[in-house]
Design a protein around this ligand. Structure first.
Ligand code: HEC
Ligand code: HEC
Length: 314
């Protein structure tokens, strides 16, 4: 197309010509580009010498690098420790404050309690979630080895139903000292018929409400057992339970253990933490006196559990 055979002017070409007028120039790249290329090649060598870049060695240990000016040989662990230090400085001002405060005072401080909840989330996952479920939602599992069937299920913590109480002080006490509700076995003190009767009476609380159950002739025999044996001593005549001993409220719809008639009979027959091999087991480990968690960690967890949704004012 073009007739200009000298389009390359004085510039050198490679001599290749395509399509009559397409030629390859043989120019040097710009100087700045060549400098950049040389500098990066040099940098590769310097970088390679500074850092532990060669995984094998004839001397028995890998090449550790000659290190960085001022801070010596680089290792991932050193870098982590330095990052951690920066993080600790941020946390430090909160952590110092926490030491001198009660959980109630922490709750009253918006900024501090936000920090505490964030930092306690990990503590809860590590120490509590195995039994209480992530975020305290419980571990209701179906199947042969479910915690509920074995009676090991720990209570749900994000509701406002409390065995021992949901004030911040009580929660702190629970985590510090652990809890172990105790219900005696009744296999030697009540007949099978009495156990069956009282189980139907308890079941009727939930199905019809306690007031109706009290006047329901179908469960009158069970009511007599409840009132005349030892049930009221721990669960109260109103069957609401007593937080001082963690005896369950039997009139709410919240069940710790199997709520079928067979399940309720099992609880009454063998008890809870009664020492009977068939007993329901419900043990909240102690985290304070055992030294598993520090006082500050327990304060954080108390605030966290309180804020899961069911916390009650003092
Ligand atoms: C080995 C299982 C287990 C672990 C781990 C565990 N708990 Fe518990 N927790 C229980 C059981 C079981 C109960 C109920 C005790 C009872 O019935 O007497 C309970 C009860 C509680 C209660 C009282 C609830 C109420 O209704 O009054 C709180 C609060 C609590 N746990 C918080 C925690 C926190 C926080 C942690 C972690 C630091 C934790 N638990 C770790 C099993 C566990
Ligand atoms: C020594 C005190 C004590 C006596 C006596 C007692 N209980 Fe209990 N009972 C408890 C405690 C404590 C719990 C809760 C255990 C837990 O959740 O950790 C409980 C739990 C229960 C539960 C299970 C509730 C659930 O949520 O699964 C039933 C049902 C029950 N009791 C019925 C009875 C009946 C009926 C009697 C009388 C025959 C009786 N109890 C006598 C202390 C007692």
């Amino acid at each position: 197309m073009s007739n200009n055979q000298n389009s390359a002017g004085d510039d050198k070409t490679t001599g290749h010509v395509w399509d009559d007028d397409l030629q390859d120039f043989a120019n040097q790249p710009p100087k700045w580009w060549m400098l950049g290329l040389t500098a990066s090649a040099l940098w590769v060598v310097i970088y390679w010498l500074m850092y532990p870049a060669v995984p094998i060695s004839i001397t028995g240990t890998h090449f550790k690098g000659i290190g960085l000016p001022g801070s010596g040989q680089w290792t991932a662990i050193k870098e982590l420790a330095e990052d951690q230090k920066v993080l600790d400085n941020v946390r430090g001002k909160y952590e110092d404050k926490l030491k001198g405060l009660t959980p109630a005072a922490i709750l009253a401080d918006q900024e501090l309690s936000e920090y505490v909840v964030r930092s306690a989330r990990v503590l809860f996952s590590d120490n509590c979630a195995a039994c209480h479920g992530q975020n305290g939602v419980g571990t209701v599992q179906k199947g042969k080895f479910s915690m509920r069937e074995r009676g090991l299920m720990a209570p749900i913590l994000n509701d406002d139903d409390w065995l021992y109480g949901g004030t911040i002080g009580t929660i702190q006490e629970t985590i510090t000292g652990g809890r172990q509700g105790m219900m005696v076995a009744h296999k030697d003190t009540l007949s099978a018929q009495q156990i069956d009767d009282v189980a139907h009476y308890v079941k009727a609380f939930v199905e019809e409400g306690k007031d109706k159950a009290d006047n329901d002739p179908a469960v009158a025999a069970g009511m007599k057992v409840f009132m005349e044996s030892d049930c009221t001593a721990c669960h109260g005549t109103d069957a609401h339970g007593m937080q001082a001993m963690g005896s369950a409220n039997l009139t709410d719809k919240i069940w710790r253990f199997d709520s079928s008639i067979e399940g309720i009979k099992h609880t009454i027959t063998y008890g809870v933490n009664s020492g009977d091999p068939e007993a329901r087991v419900a043990i909240m480990p102690n985290f304070g006196t055992s030294g598993k968690l520090s006082e500050t960690q327990i304060k954080k967890l108390a605030v966290y559990v309180y804020k899961l949704g069911g916390g009650q004012p003092e």
